[in-house]
Design a protein around this ligand. Structure first.
Ligand code: ZN
Length: 228
């Protein structure tokens, strides 16, 4: 299918104000969504939409954050609306979404991929009245999202660079945006070395003190999502 036929199709779709189908399905049943991890705190969905393809209308029954693996040019439609909104994402861009039922179409010539991190529950590994941990002070990190559910920080480590030892007071998820060779020191377990490809992730239940060191030859970029 050519870009022009897709655009023409979108124009006709828009002009007709096509009402969305009356049905919708959970995101975990939507064929472009691949469930990679599920527990009481998190559901990780690896989402790929080929060029000029679209998801079915699907339900995210909990709030989520997503990180775009590569840039994307999308059209999104929320159930019940005849409007399409533009969704232009930069490589590594992170956004938060409340509960939503929607569909997303990829109008670019390249596949769209993201990692969707759905917040399934609050972290209950610590007493509710436990004092909040001091904020993580990882070298190379900068905040991108901070709300009442989670924080998200972006990590950028040049070859040889390390975050230094830092602590997350609650459960956390590390998601690679760009490939990297990483040494992960997690007290008190021995250090491990891992190659993380884009979209690969490491989950940790409960508090953790760790450091990440880029032992590869290219700049490593990742995000860290920490529960509240
Ligand atoms: Zn960390």
């Amino acid at each position: 299918m050519t870009l022009w036929s897709v655009l023409l199709g979108a124009v006709i779709w828009l002009a007709q104000g096509a009402p969305p189908p009356a049905y919708s399905i959970p995101a975990i049943r939507e064929p472009h969504h691949d469930v990679k991890l599920e527990n009481r705190y998190v559901r990780v969905l690896d989402v790929t939409v080929p060029p000029y393809d679209s998801t079915l209308i699907h339900i995210h029954e909990n709030p989520y954050v997503y990180v775009s693996i590569g840039p994307a040019t999308l059209k999104a439609q929320v159930l019940g609306s005849s409007e399409f909104s533009d969704l232009i994402l930069k490589d590594g861009e992170v956004r938060f979404s409340p509960v939503v039922t929607h569909r997303v179409g990829n109008i670019a010539a390249t596949p769209f991929r993201n990692i969707t991190i759905q917040i399934q529950g609050r972290d209950d590994t610590q007493p509710a009245n436990a004092p909040a941990a001091a904020p993580a002070k990882a070298n190379g990190s900068s905040p991108v999202v901070d709300n009442d559910l989670i924080t998200v920080d972006r990590l950028v480590l040049d070859p040889g660079e390390s975050t230094g030892l830092h602590t997350h007071g609650r459960s956390s998820l590390l998601v690679a945006v760009h490939e990297g060779a990483i040494r992960l020191d997690r007290e008190p377990t021995p250090a491990i070395r891992l190659t993380m490809r884009p979209g690969e992730f490491e989950w940790h239940t409960g508090p953790v003190s760790h450091s990440l060191t880029n032992v590869g030859s290219t700049r490593f970029q990742a995000i860290e999502v920490v529960w509240k």
